[in-house]
Design a protein. Structure first.
Length: 593
């Protein structure tokens, strides 16, 4: 039976019916009606209010990446909702989902230019701002339109390739009443799993049987499908090495000889070698972006069309975007691999036939270890980057969740971090947004309250969004921020210096006009001023004790680690910014048949 409800009450009750535990949002005059509805439901849905709308979006994104469950954000009219653009693009680029509830001017004032209305091209035109950043945007102008919009929003977010969805709600729609019913609940994420056809499974099997140097390349689609056990079984049963994108890390055992790591410019040497020499690449939920394909230069990471390609993805738009597949399959990764394992049967004879391939891989791994492992033992001041990665790997628990920002530190972690759990290494990969890792770790901690959650972030990225400490203290979230302090936008500085004959401007941090003394705030003091714990690490011997102390205290903490900016990640592939010529790998080299 229909009930007389305000629009805001309907939205809140539908979120509760969908099992949404949190709304991450900020107040504004445009959403006070929605805040009042949440006030009366605090026992069933909790409002978490960070200090900036960008942070709310990154939190919601990270929450989904950890749990594969949707939460909502809430912002007011004008600037508040405009601040959601970057987190929406970040989530869309990496196939992550959340419901962005934005607010708009009352419908009776539309096109009159009231406070914070966009009206130059169309009345209440905020949806035009976010349209390229979401899977779909809805703008219900009456309370009666909300039930359909809410159901379709959830259906859209969680079906197929997930992504963020926007509902833009005029102020009066929160407040006005109508006799309405709650819409039926939408299916949970991944409850619908497209399968491969029988002929495609047969063809894929034939291609594998004819291969002598196969590799698996897994990405975020594998993580979203929660297909790690099936992919691991496929790899082990048939002896197929696995190359991972950053968002696919942790899906297969990191310590296995068959797990080769990331590929591309800052990938591991064995991964690039395997990609260069493979005769069959089986791609599961990856896009072949420029960083994981050495800017599509043949012989540096991949060798298509000499290598055969089986490309499996739930999104048909990704099949053939950069490399035309010999066999393209639109399917859920978990479903496809499960089907394929049934068709393939035992892999014992096939696995034994890959002895030469496994020998090559073992040799590449030995060469790589001989080259890089000594640097993990080096101690100095400032700290060597490899030592920092290694110290975190040794000290943090196996089920740690780490989030990473854009920056040179991310290059080091792509190359050397061994994620031991799926959904435990959170990256802004497609859009490389600064602030994602710093803010997102708050959402990760809410998604996994009993696990250690650590943001490894650059000094530049942390300085963009330092208010995260306030939110962690307010809500007692024991997040740890490890600030990779090299006194620069070092990733960009290194590109600038390399491209322009050693010249640098605007990419290093100095105190005073003479630019002689590197400068950054005292991040540890900054943390303590906000009510968190703060540590400064300038000697290698202090890093692990500081981490151990921060973990033991279970309080928000910032660890300011001074890292040697002169040491560069070893390049094993290449990357290009046309028309600048691309560089040859520092270690290893391209192979062309």
């Amino acid at each position: 039976m229909s009930q007389i409800m305000k629009g805001a009450e309907l939205i809140a009750d539908y979120l509760i019916a969908q099992g949404v535990p949190y709304v991450f949002g900020l107040c504004g005059h445009g959403n006070v009606g929605m805040l009042d509805a949440l006030y009366h439901r605090v026992d069933r849905i909790k409002l978490i209010s960070p200090r900036h709308e960008q942070c709310a979006g990154h939190m919601a994104d990270a929450y989904f990446r950890v749990r594969h469950e949707v939460v909502a954000t809430l912002t007011s009219t004008g600037p508040g909702s405009a601040n959601m653009v970057m987190p929406l693009i970040t989530a869309l680029s990496d196939s992550s989902a959340f419901l962005a509830i934005t607010s708009n001017v009352p419908t009776s004032q539309a096109n009159r230019g009231p406070f914070q209305e966009l009206y130059r091209h169309n009345q209440a035109d905020f949806v035009s701002v976010v349209r390229p950043t979401v899977k779909r945007s809805f703008q219900p102008s009456r309370v009666e339109m909300l039930p359909l919009a809410l159901r379709q929003a959830f259906d859209t977010m969680t079906s197929g390739r997930p992504g963020p969805v926007n509902i833009d709600v005029p102020f009066n729609v929160y407040q006005e009443e109508a006799a309405i019913d709650l819409p039926p609940a939408s299916p949970a994420f991944a409850s619908v799993r497209p399968a491969a056809s029988a002929p495609d499974l047969v063809k894929a099997s034939e291609m594998l049987r004819q291969s002598h140097r196969p590799v698996l390349f897994i990405g975020h689609g594998t993580s979203l499908s929660e297909a790690g056990p099936e992919v691991t079984e496929l790899s082990v049963r048939f002896g197929i090495p696995v190359i991972t994108s950053p968002n696919g890390m942790g899906c297969v055992p990191a310590e296995s000889m068959l797990t080769l790591g990331f590929i591309g410019r800052n990938g591991a040497y064995p991964a690039n070698q395997a990609g260069r020499h493979a005769d069959l690449v089986i791609t599961l939920g990856t896009r072949f972006d420029d960083r994981s394909s050495s800017s599509w230069h043949a012989g540096y990471s991949w060798n298509f069309p000499e290598s055969k390609l089986i490309h499996v993805d739930i999104d048909p738009q990704e099949l053939g975007r950069n490399y035309p597949p010999d066999l393209g399959i639109v399917a859920d990764v978990k479903t496809f691999v499960s089907q394929w394992l049934d068709v393939l049967g035992s892999g014992e004879g096939y696995r034994q036939g890959l002895a030469a391939w496994h020998g090559d891989i073992a040799q590449w791994q030995r060469l790589w270890d001989d080259y890089v492992l000594p640097n993990f033992r080096e101690e100095g001041s400032p700290l060597r980057p490899e030592f920092v990665v290694g110290a975190l790997q040794k000290t943090l628990p196996d089920d740690v969740i780490i989030s990473l920002d854009s920056g040179v530190h991310h290059n080091w972690f792509m190359q050397f971090w061994k994620a031991r759990r799926p959904q435990s290494m959170l990256n802004s990969w497609g859009y490389s947004s600064m602030g994602f890792g710093v803010c997102g770790i708050l959402g990760a901690q809410l998604a996994a309250p009993d696990r250690v959650c650590v943001s490894v972030c650059g000094d530049g990225g942390f300085t963009m969004v330092p208010y995260v400490i306030c939110t962690a203290v307010e809500y007692e979230l024991p997040c740890i921020w490890v600030v990779w302090n090299n006194f620069a936008w070092a990733a960009i500085r290194d590109i600038q210096i390399g491209m322009f004959g050693g010249r640098e401007i605007g990419t290093a941090f100095y105190e005073g006009q003479d630019r002689s003394k590197p400068y950054n705030p005292d991040f540890a003091a900054w943390a303590r001023a906000a009510g968190a714990d703060g540590y400064t690490v300038t000697r290698a011997s202090d890093l692990m004790p500081s981490l151990e102390q921060a973990i033991r205290m279970r309080r928000p903490a910032v660890i300011d680690v001074h890292v040697d900016d002169k040491v560069k990640p070893p390049s094993t592939g290449t990357w290009q910014l046309p028309p600048t010529p691309f560089k040859e790998p520092v270690f290893g080299g391209p192979w062309r048949p």
